[in-house]
Write a protein that binds this ligand. Structure first.
Ligand code: ADP
Ligand code: ADP
Length: 229
């Protein structure tokens, strides 16, 4: 489950410019596809289309053979988890932020997700643990800690499909390496689309697509792409 395909996908934001000019992708269930390429190439736009923030203007996107245009917004959102570049948290408790969107989640589930996101270390040092508030009047989390909260939220949701949109790009290199390890662990068993700036962060991907000006410029494994350079 979680077979994602883009078939001749075209898209523009409504002005004259076409941003995606016929994209074909086939992401096998449980595999990882990395999308790299220069800023403005259309990488984030690809992710937004899969989540149906916008509808394609040509071609189609399917999940397990079903056109996502025919799927309810609700089931689509249940199937896909996103870890964005900059996670914005609510000025609420850490537990609330992890459970956001899963209001029925129990404490055990929240704690398990936090452990999976390797969040427990810094939370364990807090006096009120998950009841500690974050944000303006609360605890100021670092960029890496915020990303771990976003990862815990995704683990709690347990979606078959994962989008990592530059999830480590805003972090310093040491934190990036730490979060990278956690992300590769949560990718296992899920169909994952990783959007990245640099080829070096997606060595583990099953296939890599280089996007340039809305077209697939190259595709292959990390080794294949390096050999061609
Ligand atoms: P990337 O993620 O590769 O940096 P994006 O998908 O964010 O690229 O953007 C691709 C192109 O689409 C860019 O030229 C960008 O300016 C444009 N774009 C992105 N979002 C919007 C939007 N909401 N409205 C109009 N143009 C947009
Ligand atoms: P990213 O690297 O995440 O793609 P961008 O700098 O391309 O970030 O875009 C940041 C936000 O600004 C996006 O959410 C996008 O919707 C919006 N945006 C980008 N380019 C445009 C544009 N030309 N017109 C309107 N909104 C845009």
């Amino acid at each position: 489950k979680g077979h994602v395909r883009f078939e001749g996908v075209r898209f523009g934001y409504g002005d004259d410019r076409e941003i995606l000019k016929g994209i074909d992708l086939d992401v096998a269930p449980g595999s990882t596809l990395a999308v790299v390429g220069p800023s403005g190439a259309g990488k984030s736009t690809l992710a937004r289309l899969l989540f149906r923030f916008y509808d394609v203007t040509g071609g189609r996107i399917t999940i397990d053979g079903q056109d996502i245009a025919q799927v309810t917004q609700q089931s689509l959102r249940a199937a896909i988890g996103i870890v964005p570049q900059d996670t914005v948290l609510f000025n609420e408790t850490i537990g609330y932020n992890i459970a956001y969107g899963r209001e029925g989640a129990g404490t055990d589930d929240i704690h398990r997700a936090a452990r999976g996101a390797a969040i427990a270390d810094f939370i364990a040092t807090l006096p009120e643990r998950y009841e500690t508030r974050v944000g303006e009047r609360g605890l100021k989390l670092s960029g890496g800690e915020k990303q771990r909260v976003a990862i815990a939220r995704t683990l709690l949701k347990d979606p078959p499909i994962l989008i990592l949109d530059e999830a480590t790009s805003a972090l310093d290199s040491r934190t990036e390496a730490e979060i990278q390890t956690t992300l590769e662990a949560i990718e296992r068993g899920r169909t994952t689309i990783v959007i990245a700036h640099r080829l070096s962060t997606v060595v583990h991907a099953d296939q890599i697509v280089v996007l340039d000006a809305g077209r697939v410029a190259e595709r292959g494994t990390h080794t294949e792409l390096l050999r061609r350079q």
